[in-house]
Design a protein around this ligand. Structure first.
Ligand code: NAI
Ligand code: MG
Length: 355
């Protein structure tokens, strides 16, 4: 039995979560495993109900579960609220509360969706299947920052600080993930300039000694950003810091097309994890059965892989998605000529049937 905190959130959140849960139910019966869902309000709906983005007792409840599956939070209705009361505050509280330091973002280009990549056909034909492993709670975004007067001029600073233990734990996540993939890690840094990157590189080298079966290479971040558009097929796992990962993961997700396809996992100690689609609440299409549920369904697959060690079930979901696409089923965001247009619910149903 696995306990899962389920946070549907706002807008299309509940619509896509509903489909992901149907898929998990199907996995449950096929693979003989039981899931218990603990439903929790967070985001705008929690503000409406309780006056806060997430209640402390609900955060405690989430921490007692093995994994969290989240839709998305926010919307124009709550835009006018002060910063500490906005729906996004729930996300920060969840990430911080669960201490999820590793953000995993797969960028996979499905053969059937090659037309939706902005890259040239000959580049896309080589295939794109990348996993960006980004450090999430250290580095430049969390180092000392401030303002000061320098020679009579106003100045500001941010500091990139990484400890060896911080680098070690994120590097381990990357190597473990690579073992389940093509066994290749590209560590991206700026070691020609930054001292923190030199420590990063040394530490990654040390961790690599425990993974002789995984091939490690290093790349400077400026070159990595070029290589991602020049030949993304060369990458398997990209391991990088918080700030570089923020930028590179957006670049990686763009080259494979629709935001409705992209899943993510944020991992902490042990097997605790937070799983969510990359997209937001899409207020423009909410409540119309138009949302693509695939990003959330693939997030559920990541949960099975990383929190529950159910690689076969994760693969079964990913395969079911591929079959649905191969058979020509498309929600509106990925629709191209001569395909079969379906809504959120029907896409979920078809994927369930393919498991
Ligand atoms: P968005 O991702 O919600 O929407 C951007 C565009 O992509 C829209 O045209 C939308 O219709 C489309 N889209 C998004 N997901 C889709 C799906 N599954 N299927 C088909 N089309 C999809 O980003 P936007 O518009 O910037 O933000 C809307 C609200 O969502 C805001 O309140 C924002 O704060 C919130 N948000 C929440 C996130 C989260 O909970 N993790 C992440 C990003 C935004
Ligand atoms: Mg970003």
């Amino acid at each position: 039995m696995h306990r899962i905190a389920v946070i549907p959130g706002d807008g299309i959140g509940p619509e896509v979560i509903e489909q992901a849960l149907l898929v998990l139910d199907k996995v449950s019966s096929k693979f003989g495993v039981r899931f218990e869902y603990i439903f929790i309000d967070a985001g705008g709906c929690a503000i409406d109900k309780y006056g806060v983005p997430i209640r402390d007792e609900d955060l405690e409840l989430v921490k007692k579960c093995e994994a969290t599956l989240l839709g998305a939070v926010g919307g124009p209705k709550w835009d006018g609220l002060p910063g500490n009361l906005r729906p996004e505050q729930a996300l920060l509280k969840l990430r911080g509360g669960l201490k999820v330091y590793a953000n995993l973002r797969p960028a996979v280009l499905y053969d059937e969706l090659k037309d939706s990549s902005p890259l040239k056909k000959e580049i896309v034909d080589r295939g794109i299947d990348i996993l960006v492993v980004r450090e999430l709670i250290g580095g430049m975004y969390f180092g000392p920052k401030g303002r000061e007067v320098k020679d009579g001029d106003e100045a500001a600073y941010d500091t990139e600080v990484y400890s060896k233990s911080e680098v070690r734990r994120i590097a381990k996540v990357a190597f473990e993930a690579a073992r389940k993939r093509k066994k290749k890690v590209t560590s991206v840094d700026k070691a020609n300039i930054l001292e923190s990157s030199r420590l990063w590189r040394e530490t990654v080298e040390e961790v690599a000694k425990n993974y002789p079966d995984v091939e490690l290479s290093h790349m400077y971040v400026d070159n990595a950003s070029m290589q991602l558009v020049k030949d993304p097929s060369q990458f398997d796992v990209i391991l990088t810091s918080n700030m570089f990962g923020d930028i590179l993961s957006d670049e990686a997700s763009m080259i494979v097309g629709s935001i409705g396809m992209l899943a993510s996992a944020s991992l902490g100690e042990g097997k605790i994890g937070l799983y969510e689609p990359i997209h937001g609440t899409a207020p423009d299409i909410a409540g119309q059965d138009l949302a693509n549920p695939i990003a959330t369904i693939l997030s559920a697959a990541m949960m099975l892989r990383y929190s529950f060690n159910m690689e076969d079930a994760a693969k079964a979901i990913e395969n079911a998605v591929k079959i649905a696409l191969k058979e020509g089923y498309r929600t509106r965001d990925i629709y191209t000529e001569n395909c079969k247009l379906v809504g959120t619910k029907q896409m979920g149903k078809i994927i369930c049937e393919n498991i």
